[in-house]
Design a protein. Structure first.
Length: 84
């Protein structure tokens, strides 16, 4: 069979349709990846905020305990010593 240098039109049509499909889906896939990244970042920010809130609650509890201890050490009419 002689080689005429021509490609079967069915082949070129299939390749063209595949390229159009890929180019058509690219924006949607890019936006989906961006949305997933944003959702993950927001999730991490919320996790960090709740961890910070828990840490501040521990600081609050410790401070309250220390102040109650100073109040309990002070007798009537006695000024408690200032902490260093």
């Amino acid at each position: 069979m002689p080689d005429t240098g021509l490609v079967n039109p069915r082949i070129t049509d299939a390749v063209t349709q595949t390229n159009v499909k890929v180019l058509g889906e690219a924006p949607a896939e890019a936006l989906a990846a961006a949305n997933q990244t944003m959702a993950h970042s927001i999730g991490l920010a919320m996790e960090n905020a709740s961890q910070t809130q828990g840490g501040m609650q521990q600081v609050n509890n410790t401070t309250t305990g220390a102040l109650i201890a100073l109040i309990m050490q002070a007798g009537p009419g006695v000024v408690p010593p200032t902490p260093p």
